[in-house]
Write a protein that binds this ligand. Structure first.
Ligand code: GLA
Length: 803
């Protein structure tokens, strides 16, 4: 038989021989076996190894340990489940680590022991039926379905593993089927469990709160459990569901890293446990908090998909796997892989106070700057003039938009821009027509006063009538106004979790998310042309579940670029730049009062899906000119900035952040160097460069940017021949019309040479200003571009930097 190269690759991804299961991707191997006690025993997950005998990889059992409970005392003196690496574990059989499944059986007992029954291999994916999942048929994905059986109860457990070879990702989930005769109740069912040996591992999580999402935190694993979870009803800004496990000494470019994430937007639970025997157990799934799911005979429950990756190329290697995987196998619809438009959002310019005239003025100014999409945020419907009223009433407020939404949208389009609209469909204000007509639509606990967040209550998405109301109302406006973009917001944590539509209140949190996915699917699947950006007070629901519907997510309400270095930097470990909404806003910043240069605001926001969110009428002519240049630059480079290979480049100094995006064909690249707080008289600065072709010649060049005179204040007296009041009318006028250009450096050299790091010109330190002095100060930054000049290295290195 003849196999094409592709088919050969496909043949090799998952193989089963003598009850040994080999799952392979381009650079990784995942091995487990069914052992002599019919348990799925984990053998290896890491860098790719050749298939062959696995004896040397097996954890040995040649002595009986004290305090152990033997699984089969009559036949095997050494088999104690507490010391075995397991793909899955039950309850009450001697494994005292965290169980992935807690099931109350029909007789009221909890003991379960899931043993191998059968398996099958399927080409492509076996997507979840009730939840969004990864997709990838036709590009080499292959699925293993392993069936385990708890014989006495008849409960069957399917463990699914889908291998995505090109991106080094394995997707896992579990499905429980009640094959017995009575009702059982699931109290905990993880999507996956992975047992490994401890290599001095550290756990990296991405945590925060409103306006400080996804800050990276590291801690070494200690004996016991570390839990990364959320109970707010959403994936939350507190702890992103994604986390990493890395070996001692891992850096951005070196070391072994495992990455985990969950395709789910509700309460999640991630856990890493270091057992007394130095085994590491990782679990990921739906949070068992207040969770109970009854299963009648014949019913099944499926968990969300968990994604796993491994890289021995440090954090950047791991991130690249996740980025590629999300761009190829999670994001879908017409915007998959498509360059995202530059938008203007009216929120920070207008808040709730706007008129048609005011908005059109903003739109015209935006168009002149090169902006492509106008987004009308909160305040356009019902009596929504503050955050105390109107949520739920999606009727256009004709006092603000007298000719209606369609006419307004048409006017925006006639300017040559796309039109986008904000909704918060999952919520209701008690001061709204919807609530007055249907108080039963809101989530409350019977006989208790409901709790409010931002003056609003949560709509009961477990109620089919509520879901229909949302689908009909949102769809009507989308179709009527031909909306091109939607910002779907959700601005409070859930309390009072309760719905009369459930047979058991322990179902609420999961049923809410199923309801949300139903609504999103019904609205947006038939309208794939709409670019959906999901938002939840910023990044309160930045997760893979939402990314299955919305190709981008608003990263944070915090648009201060210095804060964004931590927020976008944190997100970048788990999510591609094409998924991150990032805007330039006014300074001082609404959230921090920090004053930052316009250049830095752009330099941070351009590493994402760029937008502007400020009142353009207050910009000086010079600032407008600068922004026009920023947008033109972004358009020319956004393919690389949104879809290129992204690197975080470690600097020696804590006050520096370096980011780089490299085109997939390595022909061009954009680099950034940010300085948070300046240090006096810093010297010898090196711009790190990576990921380009060693043997090609490149030109590296600073992107020219303006420094506004205002930045220098009273210092201007040092360079002016006469004295001027730094706050007087002359300098204020000069600041509107003139600006200095920051130092521009140019180098031509081979890729190999540049990757040794580029020695940059010196920074300003008070001893004089010239065009070859880099003017950074606190929160200063620069962008650099790399352009490949030809295929071969000339050997010549030239610079025009140090003039
Ligand atoms: C949330 C969002 C903001 C904005 C407001 C509008 O806070 O995160 O971007 O849309 O709601 O009320």
């Amino acid at each position: 038989m003849h196999f094409s190269a592709f088919e050969r690759r496909r043949q090799r991804m998952i193989s089963v021989q003598d009850h040994i299961f080999w799952l392979e991707t381009q650079c990784t191997s995942y091995i487990f076996r069914v052992n002599e006690h019919a348990h799925a025993e984990h053998v290896y997950y890491g860098a790719k190894i050749d298939r062959g005998p696995i004896d040397s990889l097996l954890l040995k059992r040649t002595v009986q340990t004290g305090s152990c409970v033997l699984y089969a005392a009559k036949e095997d003196d050494y088999y104690c489940l507490d010391n075995v690496l397991l793909e899955w574990s039950g309850v009450g059989c001697g494994d005292y680590r965290q169980t992935p499944a807690e099931i109350r059986l029909s007789d009221g007992t909890y003991r379960t022991d899931f043993q191998y029954e059968s398996h099958r291999l399927v080409d492509g994916c076996l997507p979840p039926e009730t939840l969004p999942g990864a997709y990838g048929d036709g590009d080499g994905a292959q699925t293993l379905e392993l069936t385990l059986l708890d014989r006495p109860s008849g409960a069957r457990l399917l463990l699914l593993y889908t291998v995505f070879p090109e991106t080094d990702v394995i997707v896992r989930r579990s499905v429980l089927l009640n094959g017995g005769e009575g009702q059982i109740v699931i109290r905990r069912l993880m999507s996956m469990q992975l047992d490994l040996e401890n290599r001095g591992d550290s756990l990296v999580t991405f945590d925060g709160a409103w306006i400080k999402e996804t800050h990276r935190h590291d801690r070494r694993l200690q004996y016991g459990q570390f839990v990364n979870s959320s109970v707010t009803g959403a994936s939350s800004n507190r702890h992103n569901p994604g986390f990493l496990l890395c070996e001692d000494g891992t850096t951005e470019s070196h070391g072994a890293v495992y990455g985990f994430n969950l395709i789910y937007s509700g309460n999640h639970y991630g856990m890493a446990e270091l057992s007394p025997n130095d085994l590491v157990r990782v679990q990921l799934g739906i949070n068992p908090h207040c969770f109970e799911w009854p299963l009648s005979p014949g019913e099944r429950f499926e968990t969300p998909e968990a994604i796993l990756t491994f890289s021995d190329g440090g954090f950047n290697g791991m991130s690249a796997n996740f980025h590629d995987f999300i761009n190829r196998h999670i994001v879908r619809g017409d915007w998959k892989g498509r360059e995202r438009p530059v938008l203007i959002n009216d929120w920070e310019a207008c808040f709730f106070q706007f008129s048609r005239r005011k908005l059109l003025r903003l739109a015209r100014q935006a168009k002149r700057l090169g902006i492509e999409l106008f987004v009308l945020d909160d305040g356009w419907f019902g009596e929504r003039n503050s955050d105390t009223a109107g949520l739920g009433d999606y009727r256009v407020n004709t006092k603000k938009l007298p000719r209606g939404m369609r006419s307004f949208a048409d006017e925006i389009r006639s300017l040559g821009m796309r039109f986008g609209l904000w909704f918060e469909p999952e919520m209701v204000n008690p001061d709204s027509d919807l609530y007055r007509a249907h108080p039963e639509y809101a989530v409350v606990t019977p006989s208790r006063e409901p709790l409010y967040g931002r003056n609003q209550l949560v709509l009961d998405l477990c109620n089919p009538a509520v879901r229909d109301y949302i689908v009909e109302n949102v769809s009507r406006i989308l179709d009527d106004a031909h909306v091109d973009y939607v910002k779907w917001d959700m601005n409070r944590h859930i309390s009072d979790a309760c719905s009369p539509f459930l047979k058991c209140q322990g179902q609420f949190f999961h049923a809410y998310i199923l309801g949300l996915y139903d609504v999103l699917g019904r609205i947006f699947r038939p309208r794939p042309q709409i670019l959906l950006e999901s938002c939840s007070s910023g990044g309160n629901r930045f997760d893979l579940g939402m990314l299955c519907f919305s190709p981008q997510v608003w990263s944070s309400d915090d648009t201060d670029p210095v804060e964004r270095l931590a927020i976008q930097g944190g997100l970048s470990y788990l999510y591609p730049l094409s998924a991150m909404g990032a805007h330039v806003s006014a300074a001082p910043h609404q959230q921090t009062l920090r004053e930052t240069p316009l250049s830095t605001r752009f330099n941070a926001a351009c590493f994402g899906c760029l937008g502007y969110e400020l009142d353009l009428k207050y910009l000086t002519p010079m600032e407008k000119k600068e922004i026009r240049g920023q947008i033109a630059f972004y358009k020319a480079h956004r393919a690389v900035l949104q879809y290129g290979r992204f690197y975080r480049l470690g600097g020696e100094r804590p006050n520096r952040v370096f980011w780089q995006c490299v085109a997939q064909d390595r022909s061009r690249s954009v680099l950034s160097a940010f300085q948070t707080l300046t240090g006096a008289s810093e010297s010898g600065e090196i711009l790190p460069v990576t990921g380009i072709a060693e043997n090609a010649v490149y030109r590296l060049e600073t992107r020219p940017q303006r420094i506004f005179l205002r930045r220098f204040g009273g210092l201007l007296k040092h360079i002016l021949p006469f004295e001027l009041n730094p706050d007087g009318p002359v300098l204020r006028l000069a600041n509107r019309l003139y600006a200095l250009t920051d130092c521009v450096e140019r180098y031509e050299a081979g890729g190999g040479t540049l990757m040794q790091g580029v020695r940059l010109n010196c920074q300003f330190l008070g001893t004089g200003y010239s065009k070859s002095v880099r003017m950074l100060g606190d929160f200063g930054s620069s962008l650099y571009t790399l352009e490949r000049l030809d295929g071969e290295q000339s050997g010549k290195t030239s610079g025009t930097g140090a003039s």
